[in-house]
Design a protein around this ligand. Structure first.
Ligand SMILES: CC(C)(COP(=O)(O)OP(=O)(O)OC[C@H]1O[C@@H](n2cnc3c(N)ncnc32)[C@H](O)[C@@H]1OP(=O)(O)O)[C@@H](O)C(=O)NCCC(=O)NCCS
Length: 151
């Protein structure tokens, strides 16, 4: 990762850039309002990647009881393949409370970039939801990582 990138807790000032990055990267994703609510909500983690004052990526997750879920990770296309997605993912995993045992996520089966990112971080496929996504239709791969035992 370029050393100038900082991963920080997102605040309301990041929302506009986050919503913009998301709308280009994950069509049909969250609304701006959903991001605004997530920044302040208990049981949610929202991170921003900053490069020279510019928001270039974000990641968010939720947790309840002993289970965590990664909801979104996206990096501005101009800044991809520089380790920012990996830095966001590892920072998210570090920020789950100690009580969290397993972290889950869903990813399009054709999203080989994201699947590779998650596999390198130790996530394993544990299920498939057929035709879960629309536009274009795709299966969702469910992935899981145990973060309790340092796996
Ligand atoms: C997935 C995404 C967040 C990766 O961000 P990134 O900053 O480019 O990723 P990194 O540079 O940290 O790469 C980490 C690993 O991810 C994988 N990866 C990232 N981009 C890849 C690509 N285009 N092709 C194949 N593997 C890729 C590689 O395993 C890479 O490790 P390596 O550098 O050792 O090869 C980015 O491509 C993105 O924003 N995509 C659109 C949004 C999205 O699909 N999010 C996931 C929703 S579940």
């Amino acid at each position: 990762m370029t050393p100038r990138v900082k991963i920080i807790n997102a605040c309301s000032e990041h929302i506009e850039a986050i919503a913009e990055i998301e709308s280009r990267a994950i069509p049909g994703g969250w609304s701006r309002r959903a991001f605004e609510e997530a920044v302040a909500a208990p049981g949610k983690i929202m991170l921003a990647a900053e490069l020279e004052g510019r928001t270039v990526g974000f990641a968010n997750a939720s947790f309840v009881l002993d289970e965590g879920e990664i909801l979104n990770i996206a990096v501005d296309e101009k800044y991809r393949r520089a380790g920012i997605g990996k830095a966001l993912l590892y920072s998210l995993l570090e920020r789950f409370p100690a009580k969290i045992e397993n972290v889950y996520l869903e990813v399009r089966s054709e999203n080989s970039a994201a699947i590779s990112l998650y596999e390198k971080a130790g996530f394993e496929s544990c299920g498939l939801r057929k035709k879960y996504y629309a536009d274009p239709v795709d299966d969702a791969v469910i992935m899981k990582k145990n973060i309790k035992d340092g796996e």
